[in-house]
Design a protein around this ligand. Structure first.
Ligand SMILES: Nc1nc2c(c(=O)[nH]1)N[C@H]1C(S)=C(S)[C@@H](COP(=O)(O)OP(=O)(O)OC[C@H]3O[C@@H](n4cnc5c(=O)[nH]c(N)nc54)[C@H](O)[C@@H]3O)O[C@H]1N2
Ligand SMILES: Nc1nc2c(c(=O)[nH]1)N[C@H]1C(S)=C(S)[C@@H](COP(=O)(O)OP(=O)(O)OC[C@H]3O[C@@H](n4cnc5c(=O)[nH]c(N)nc54)[C@H](O)[C@@H]3O)O[C@H]1N2
Ligand SMILES: [Mo]
Length: 753
């Protein structure tokens, strides 16, 4: 497959148009938007357009992508390396330095800290799947050679539960909605079947385009007759279009609903006998467990009327094919592993795995992922064994090459079993409030660290609070790279990122890894250049070079359905799935070995009126948080005038009846309080939300405010993660209630007193 236009086209007016695929920034998952960037003769980005020849996007872009020119050229961008004395942390006393000086300071500190306390006393903090996600693990493992890479979200509750469930129940990566992304002819490919339905279960892909999924594909499919079924406490745009459904659920009760649906489908004999008999393990045990979930009980727990539950179960059991996609809201529950397990079981027994128009099951793809994980060889064995949280949560340690987030905070606070002396913040603004729950505790604990580095594009509250050295990052139009939607396990294409524009002395994550790697661990970094690095990974896997990819722009691999029948999913080449039993494990052998219940089960929400009736009067509402907003990616984009025009303030969504009861009107400032903390957001009165639930936004800070301590760009004012508990996690260490904690609200006079 090849793109038609040249990747670089010089115009008569002296400008140049570059074809490229985006990763981050402007802050996104590896969606890989196809773009055409116009750059003037001095190398400044002046225009962005969608690339109509891109097979997936066909010219469409998201809001933050369209605002790329403002982002890239923003005057607040940090474009030179800087340092600051340790006693000046929290003060705007930065001094410009050269890259060599920055690397010298880092090298000296790393060597001293390693000699004194060992490599494990260094911690790299990373965030979600921006471009850095590929390069920050190797930064930890083969540049700094520490075992401690920390993703600080309590219970690793984004993608952690989903990928773990997928690994052990299905023996593959997170299965994705089949939107014909693998086919050049897309929806017209003769192998493809348009799904009868897509369930967006705690997932809102139009705003989120999560993990590489092109959300707009759902609109394409609606136009071709697909019914979208949203299971959500809020009614979203997708959920209220004609023919689509919204099943309004009480937050954090999804496992109960999934088991209730399985029960009806089994009892009414609506399941796929052929798939269950040949390819599933533990059906009878699952059916027995599901029988504990009769429809009246499920209705009481989930707030969904009984007739809706019955109608939904019968619909799923009698319509084919269908894609059951479970999103972040399923992970962000203490019961997240069980919720994911039950939903995947539902997709399996209705015969929707690896079939056209169902869920795609990715064949293993080692590109980049293998290199990233192989970098662990540069961590000493004794250090690896002492990775934080590995002893307490072996399941998480086995599936994720990271520390356990909640245990990490405990270790930072207590210094036991060992102290952390150096932090590197790479792609996380963790107090902002994004990744961490109880950010104030992380803040207090991280202040104690002897030496800290932050890499970012803008000054953030996190960098202002902690960093001694700040390394300025290039945006994706400013460097070469490769974008890999779905992180390599369901990748519908490989996209080429072409360096088009330039700002200051910014460098990419990969360039920093390469340059610092050559100083600290040359054996791990034998590549002469970024291009040499990509060639060394591309050629063995695909047989083409980075330059070849540049020419074609984007490479789409092919896809084979029903791989389990053809011996294409297991390393031994036998038919079946890559699990212990070779089948989809409705009953999990691995969970059993870890001391977890092998079947999905339902646990009450940890912090609601059923688990804490004594607090029900004080906190009568349930807060869900962080449904994605078109105009931001987590804590990014608050500096951008165009994005702030769309979303000027953080808003708390409140039903009109609830607002009337509290005397709150549209635009009032509201204080939201949970048993764990308080924050302020502006009221948005809307009947899309259940009257018993409020929805708050996350990631808010105010770059326009004073950045110095104690204000830190107003980071504590709308810090919704202060309301979330620490360590309310599932048994295997995964899942935390980011989207469901009891709360109360009151009208206040402003953002602060
Ligand atoms: N209450 C609540 N909190 C949540 C959520 C929620 O739903 N509710 N969602 C959670 C989820 S799912 C996640 S994954 C986390 C995300 O949390 P994080 O990923 O930690 O997000 P940010 O705090 O925005 O930090 C990212 C920083 O990286 C910088 N950056 C952007 N692009 C790049 C790049 O290419 N390389 C590098 N090195 N840096 C870059 C940005 O400027 C920004 O400062 O937030 C979580 N927080
Ligand atoms: N623009 C933008 N895009 C993003 C991000 C961003 O910050 N901004 N973040 C990225 C990241 S890291 C992630 S993980 C993805 C997440 O993206 P998605 O998986 O789409 O998840 P969310 O948008 O957080 O929430 C989806 C829906 O779940 C609903 N919900 C809330 N609580 C519950 C519940 O208890 N049960 C059910 N069934 N539904 C519930 C919400 O109302 C919301 O409509 O988005 C990614 N994309
Ligand atoms: Mo996430």
């Amino acid at each position: 497959m090849s793109m038609k236009k040249e990747w670089k086209r010089v115009q008569d007016d002296g400008t140049t148009i570059f074809r490229t695929c985006a990763w981050s920034p402007p802050g996104e998952h590896p969606v890989g938007w196809g773009m055409e960037l116009t750059v003037d003769a001095e190398g400044n980005l002046i225009k962005v357009e969608g690339d109509k020849e891109h097979p997936i996007y066909q010219g469409r872009l998201n809001a933050t992508g369209l605002d790329l020119v403002e982002y890239v050229n923003h005057p607040d961008r940090i474009i030179y390396p800087m340092k600051r004395a340790r006693e000046d942390r929290g003060k705007d006393k930065w001094e410009r330095i050269t890259w060599d000086e920055a690397y010298d300071i880092i090298e000296k500190n790393v060597k001293e800290i390693k000699a004194k306390y060992g490599a494990r006393s260094i911690m790299v903090h990373g965030g979600t799947g921006r471009e850095a996600v590929m390069y920050s693990y190797p930064l930890a493992f083969s540049v700094l050679q520490t075992p401690n890479y920390c993703y600080s979200q309590s219970g690793w509750s984004c993608y952690g539960p989903r990928t773990t469930v997928s690994d052990f129940i299905l023996g593959a990566g997170y299965p994705e909605i089949d939107y014909a992304g693998f086919f050049e002819q897309r929806y017209d490919d003769p192998q493809y079947v348009v799904p009868d339905y897509i369930v967006c279960w705690g997932k809102a892909p139009l705003a989120s385009n999560p993990d590489g999924l092109h959300g707009h594909a759902l609109v394409d499919l609606m136009k071709r007759g697909t019914r979208i079924i949203c299971i959500d406490p809020r009614i979203t745009w997708l959920g209220c279009r004609e023919g689509n459904w919204t099943i309004q659920i009480k937050p954090q009760t999804d496992t109960c609903l999934a088991l209730g649906l399985i029960n009806i489908i089994v009892k009414e004999d609506l399941y796929d006998h052929d798939f269950v008999e040949n390819w599933c393990y533990g059906f009878d045990e699952l059916a027995e467990r599901a029988a504990e979930f009769p429809v009246d009980y499920v209705s009481e727990v989930t707030w969904i009327p009984e007739d809706q539950i019955l109608e939904l179960a019968r619909y799923l059991g009698t319509h084919h094919p269908g894609a059951m996609a479970w999103g972040l809201a399923i992970d962000q529950q203490s019961n997240g592993i069980q919720a994911g397990h039950a939903i995947l079981a539902l997709a399996a027994i209705t015969g929707n795995l690896d079939v056209p128009g169902g869920l795609t099951v990715g064949a293993p793809n080692s590109f980049m992922g293998k290199w990233r994980m192989d970098s662990r060889q540069f961590v000493a064995e004794e250090d690896w064994a002492q990775r934080i949280g590995a002893e307490e949560y072996p399941a998480l340690a086995y599936t994720h090459a990271t520390t356990h987030p909640d245990v990490t905070l405990d270790v930072l606070e207590t210094g036991e079993p060992y102290q952390i002396h150096m932090s590197w913040f790479n792609s996380t603004n963790l107090i902002a409030p994004t990744n961490s729950a109880q950010p104030h505790r992380w803040y207090e604990a991280l202040k104690k660290v002897d030496f800290a580095v932050c890499t970012d594009l803008f000054m953030t509250p996190t960098a202002m609070a902690f960093a001694d050295v700040f390394l300025p990052l290039s945006a994706f139009p400013e460097h070469d790279g490769i974008v890999l939607p779905h992180y390599g396990r369901n990748s519908v294409f490989l996209g080429c990122m072409n360096k088009a524009s330039k700002r200051g002395e910014c460098k990419s994550d990969l360039e920093i890894d390469l340059e610092l790697g050559k100083r600290l661990n040359p054996e791990g970094w034998p590549y002469d250049s970024v291009e040499d690095f990509f060639d060394s990974l591309l050629v063995p896997e695909y047989g083409f070079t980075f330059d070849d990819l540049r020419q074609i722009g984007c490479y789409q691999p092919s896809y084979t359905y029903k791989k389990y029948e053809k011996g294409m999913l297991r390393p031994d080449g036998e038919p079946g799935f890559n699990t212990v039993t070779g089948k989809v494990e409705l009953y999990s052998i691995v969970y059993e070995a870890w001391g977890e219940d092998p079947l999905p089960y339902f646990e009450k929400p940890r912090w609601d009126e059923t688990s804490h009736p004594e607090l029900a009067e004080k906190y009568p509402l349930i807060m869900t948080t962080g449904a994605r907003d078109y105009a931001s990616f987590h804590s990014e984009h608050r500096q951008l005038a165009q994005m702030r025009e769309i979303t000027p303030w953080p808003v708390v969504e409140i039903h009109s009846e609830t607002a009337a009861r509290y005397g709150i009107e549209e635009g009032d400032w509201v204080e939201i309080e949970s048993p764990f903390g308080k924050a302020r957001e502006k009221a948005h009165i809307t009947d899309i939300i259940d009257p018993r639930v409020v929805h708050t936004r996350h990631g808010w800070w105010y770059p326009e405010q004073d950045g110095e301590e104690p204000n830190l760009f107003g980071v504590w004012k709308s810090n919704i993660n202060e309301l979330l508990p620490h360590k309310e996690i599932g048994k295997l260490g995964f899942g935390a209630p980011y989207k469901g904690v009891m709360c109360d609200i009151k009208k206040v006079d402003g953002l602060s007193d």
